[in-house]
Ligand binder design. Structure first.
Ligand SMILES: [Zn+2]
Length: 260
């Protein structure tokens, strides 16, 4: 945790403040200001009251720091069940961002998506960067509109598999400026997504509603175009060089290897 309460005020961990109160459970938290992990608050009981919180890294903090203090570590409460959790970021437009660095099991992923509703996952995909760059080409990742939408028949070659079946938007942060967002809906077995610079995303997310972030109306239009495109396979084949088709076949072989 980056924030705790001291005399009713939000405080960050520092060497001069030893103890504060956890804003979620009201228990005492200790400031941890060592050399290995980033400065954080830890429960005295060593048990984190929110099982959904993961150990924070520099990557988490860098992301959180793009947003105003009041939008970071926001307590979310379900009035019906009494369940409460700390959302990494809640924008002023009511979008929840969850930054995920380590493995998360599917049950927890679904529970979090259900609890937060308008959630966008931001996944630390640094480790998959080399694989992504190696396999990314015009065949595996096809841009299909000026809006920087893309589709892929080979998502397994490009993105960490774990996240491909999510029912929310998933953004892969490969540690480069461009973020790659995968949409929850698939079209003709194609995975659809959008490429956006980090700067643009951070600006947009703070001003627009959930449905508007990826220009939903434009997606519909572009998806229609895409459907039309997939109907004209013959046209595609006629315009595709032998070299391209060979590469595509190789890619399919690779994909089969992945499935074994
Ligand atoms: Zn707590």
């Amino acid at each position: 945790m980056k924030y705790a309460l001291l005399n009713g005020k939000i405080v960050e961990p520092n060497k001069n403040i030893k103890k504060a109160i956890c804003p979620l459970c009201g228990e005492i938290v200790i400031s941890k200001c060592g050399k290995i992990k980033i400065f954080h608050w830890a429960h005295k009981s060593k048990q984190n009251c929110d099982p959904w919180q993961e150990n924070e890294t520099e990557w988490h903090r860098n992301w959180k720091n793009n947003f105003p203090k009041e939008c970071q570590e926001v307590i979310m409460f379900d009035e019906n069940t009494g369940e409460k959790h700390i959302a990494d970021v809640k924008t002023k437009t009511d979008i929840i961002l969850e930054f995920q660095h380590s493995y998360i099991n599917t049950n927890e992923q679904c529970s979090r998506e259900k609890f937060y509703k308008n959630v966008i996952w931001i996944v630390d995909a640094n480790k998959s960067y080399n694989n992504f760059i190696k396999n990314k080409n015009d065949i595996t990742l096809k841009l299909f509109s000026k809006e920087k939408y893309f589709y892929t028949m080979y998502p397994l070659l490009l993105f960490p598999q774990k996240w491909l079946d999510s029912r929310s938007y998933v953004i892969f942060d490969f540690g480069i400026d461009d973020l790659y967002c995968i949409f929850p809906q698939k079209v003709n077995f194609k995975t659809i997504g959008m490429c956006m610079s980090k700067h643009e995303f951070i600006e947009k997310i703070q001003k627009q509603k959930y449905e508007k972030i990826f220009n939903q109306e434009n997606i519909e239009q572009s998806l229609n175009n895409l459907n039309n495109e997939s109907l004209s396979v013959n046209k595609y084949m006629a315009n595709t060089s032998v070299k391209q088709i060979e590469t595509e076949l190789e890619t399919i072989e690779q994909l089969n290897l992945f499935k074994i």
